[in-house]
Write a new protein. Structure first.
Length: 359
C-alpha cells in the first residue's frame, strides 16, 4: 500500500516549487498559464482547474471561474469534475490489479465473465476491450431516440448483447469503444465480487489518499466538491450536467479533483499498484494485422509530441471537457479539468508543455 503521507508530500508541497532549477516557475510562466484560461475566468462563467507536476513537485495549481453558477460556488483546486473518458485509465488499472491477483487473464474471453453476450463475441478477449480492438457495437448508436431515462451498465450490456455481430473480427482493427469500457467495469465487478465503485475505492482511491474521488452512482454516494456541467447557449451558459449516457461507470463515471489526479500521477512512477512490466504493457499499443497503426494501450493513448514520449487522454461528456498529458521521460504532467462542453483543454495542456519543455 502507498504511504499516504508520502504521496501527499509529493503531490501538494507548494513550498517545494522553487527548491531546484528544474522545478522553478517564473512570474511570467504563471501569467502565461493564467492567460490560457482567460475565457474560464469570472463569476458568471463555468470554470477550470489546472495542475502541473514536474519532478514530483506541484509547480502550478490554479482554478478559475465557477463550479456551480446557480449556487455561486467558485471553482477551486479541490473541485471535483466528472472525468468522462479520462476515467478509462482507472478502469484499466482495476483490470490490471485483478490480472495481478490472478482473477482474470488479458487473453481470457469476455464471455467467461459476461455470458449474456452473443456468440459473435466469442473471440473477444479482455485485452481487446482494453485497447479498443474488440469490434463491439457502440452502445450510443443503439439507444432509441425516444429514450429519456439514463442508461446504467446493465442497459449497456443488454444493448450490446442484442447485436449478434461485430464491426470487424476481434483484434483486426482499432475502433474507440465506450461499450468496451462499460463491459470492463462489469468484468471487474464479476471477477472481484465488488461493485466497480467499491473496487476502485478499496484498491486505488483509499490507498492513494484520493479522498475526493468516486465512481459516482446518483443516490448512493456524495461527490464532495462537485462541479456542475454547462454548455454555451445564446451568449450565456445553460446547465447540461446530465444526459441519457451520463450514468454509466467504466467508460466515464469518475469524479475527481486536480489534487487527487496529482496523487494518481505520482504513483504511476512507482510499482505500488502494479509492476513495471505491467505498466509497460499498458502503454504499448498492440500490433494489428497488416501493420495498421494504433496509439492506444490500456486506458491511455500513447504517442510522441515534438519527439517526446507522451501518455494522454481527453474526456468529453455533457457539460465537461478534460485532458491529461504525461511526459514520463521528462517527469512532467499537465491536467486540465473543466465544467463546460466547449473549449480545448488538450490544446491548453500542449501550450503549457510547449512553454515548459520546448522553449
Amino acid at each position: 500500500m502507498v504511504r499516504r503521507c508520502q504521496v501527499l508530500t509529493l503531490a501538494l508541497c507548494a513550498a517545494c516549487a522553487t527548491t531546484s532549477p528544474g522545478t522553478r516557475v517564473s512570474a511570467d510562466d504563471f501569467r502565461f498559464v493564467d492567460s490560457l484560461f482567460a475565457a474560464y475566468t469570472g463569476s458568471d462563467v463555468p470554470g477550470a482547474s489546472v495542475v502541473v507536476i514536474r519532478d514530483g513537485k506541484v509547480i502550478v495549481r490554479r482554478a478559475y471561474g465557477m463550479a456551480d453558477l446557480e449556487r455561486r460556488v467558485a471553482a477551486a483546486p479541490e473541485t471535483d469534475y466528472r472525468l468522462a473518458s479520462v476515467s478509462k485509465q482507472f478502469t484499466a488499472m482495476a483490470v490490471m490489479l485483478l490480472a495481478r491477483d490472478g482473477k482474470l487473464r488479458y487473453d481470457q474471453p469476455v464471455r467467461d465473465f459476461l455470458p449474456e453476450l452473443p456468440a459473435a463475441t466469442g473471440a473477444v478477449t479482455v485485452r481487446h476491450l482494453l485497447n479498443h480492438t474488440s469490434g463491439l457495437w457502440d452502445y450510443e448508436d443503439l439507444v432509441p431516440e425516444s429514450r429519456t431515462a439514463q442508461l446504467d451498465d446493465r442497459d449497456v450490456l443488454s444493448l450490446v448483447a442484442s447485436k449478434d455481430s461485430l464491426y470487424f473480427p476481434a483484434g483486426g482493427e482499432y475502433r474507440y469503444s465506450n461499450s468496451g469500457y462499460v463491459l470492463l467495469g462489469m468484468i471487474v465487478a464479476r471477477a472481484s465480487g465488488m461493485t466497480l465503485p467499491e473496487f476502485l475505492r478499496a484498491r486505488i482511491f483509499e490507498p492513494l489518499g484520493m479522498d475526493a474521488s468516486v465512481a459516482h452512482v446518483e443516490g448512493s454516494d456524495t461527490v464532495p466538491h462537485r462541479a456542475y456541467g454547462y454548455s454555451p447557449r445564446a451568449g450565456t451558459f445553460e446547465q447540461t450536467d446530465q444526459s441519457v449516457t451520463s450514468a454509466t461507470l467504466g467508460d466515464g463515471g469518475i469524479y475527481t479533483s486536480i489534487d487527487d489526479m496529482t496523487r494518481w500521477d505520482q504513483v504511476l512512477y512507482t510499482t505500488e499498484l502494479v509492476d513495471a512490466a505491467a505498466l509497460q504493457l499498458a502503454t504499448t499499443p498492440p500490433e494489428l494485422p497488416g501493420g495498421a497503426a494504433t496509439q492506444y494501450g490500456f486506458g491511455w493513448f500513447v504517442d510522441r509530441y515534438r519527439g517526446e514520449p507522451r501518455w494522454r487522454h481527453t474526456g468529453e461528456t455533457s457539460g465537461f471537457r478534460n485532458a491529461i498529458q504525461r511526459f514520463p521521460g521528462r517527469r512532467l504532467t499537465i491536467v486540465v479539468l473543466t465544467n463546460r462542453s466547449s473549449g480545448e483543454p488538450a490544446a491548453i495542456a500542449e501550450r503549457i508543455a510547449d512553454r515548459l519543455l520546448f522553449r
